[in-house]
Design a binder for this molecule. Sequence first.
Ligand SMILES: *Cc1c(COP(=O)(O)O)cnc(C)c1O
Length: 387
Amino acid sequence: MTVKEKDARYIAGTYARFPVTLVRGSGAELFDDGGRRYIDMGSGIGVNIFGAADPEWTAAVSAQLSTLAHASNLYFTEPCVRVAEKLALKSGMKKVFFANSGAEANECAIKTARKWAAEHKGADHFTVVTLEGGFHGRTLATLAATGQEGLHRDFLPLTPGFVYAPAGDAEALERAVSENKCAAIMIETVQGEGGVLPLGGEFIRAAEDIARRHDILFIVDEVQTGVGRTGKFYSYMHYGVTPDIVTSAKGLGGGLPIGAALFGERTEGVLTPGSHGSTFGGNPAVCAGAEVVLDRLTGEFLAEVTRKGERLAAALRGAAGIRQVTGLGLMLGAETVRPVADILSELRAEGVLALKAHDRLRLLPPLNIPDSLLDEAAEKIAKVCAK
Ligand SMILES: *Cc1c(COP(=O)(O)O)cnc(C)c1O
């Protein structure tokens, strides 16, 4: 059987995979089983922030694997403590809970918000207001937090306690908060899966202000936007807001599964022994990789992300067949005239692997992609979109 046939035979049918079998990579270049080379404009889905087989990251993870891969949270281990310290220093947040995915980080954020609200406002204040078109994960609670009806179908009843407000409408958000007994507002700053749609500083600051005036928590889901993707360490830093909880995953591990919920002053003491946990959370091998990621995301590196993002956006903006370019840093979306599925398949034929988000082209290249590859990809994208 071919890989494709075995996949169909043995793997649950949740993924409509692209017809490519990837076998290896080097930086922002990936190679398939026929030796064909592709430029990586997706980083997995915003995960491989230094591309494939980064030497420093690989060495750090390998060294930890051959020392102690796993210990459990019954014991102290050094890598997770170092990563937590570095996350706190970079973000100004106070404490970290480690999980293994974005959904699990958001589950932790939701549980923490409910516990905080039960202790500060009463057990009936459990509602979390999220935004239409948002995406927070695929577990039952994070699916309920995700304001996209199409994803809910077939999985009812949803976990109760979530209300959606239209994205970008501060008055409607305030109404939703006023009409419910709330624990928190939870938003992305740029709706990633929703189509790479930035909510904008005015709305994001209004959302924080509403949370403050109603004395509820302000949670920012940085699973896709975080860890340098938008040109700041976390995207909320573009807007001068201070979340009570930040969730992080995808790029944080640089290629291995990790999730983190970061707590600020109001929430750092909410979780107590026994209230939450994760068998693999803070795994030493995974954290060894995350530490390399954090060490390399310097101010200089982030300025390069901004510069490259502007370079890519400028190359696509105004190109024939592209109606609009959205996003921040190296998280870009393009509304194309032709169907995005056709664009993606023609890009593959040209040797470029990209993503979609709803009906838009989505570009999340490795953050260290060299200009030469970025320009080559931009040229091919413009060419395909213009057809
Ligand atoms: C991908 C994503 C998630 C879910 O992350 P998983 O690791 O797939 O569970 C949650 N929130 C946002 C904003 C995401 O982009």
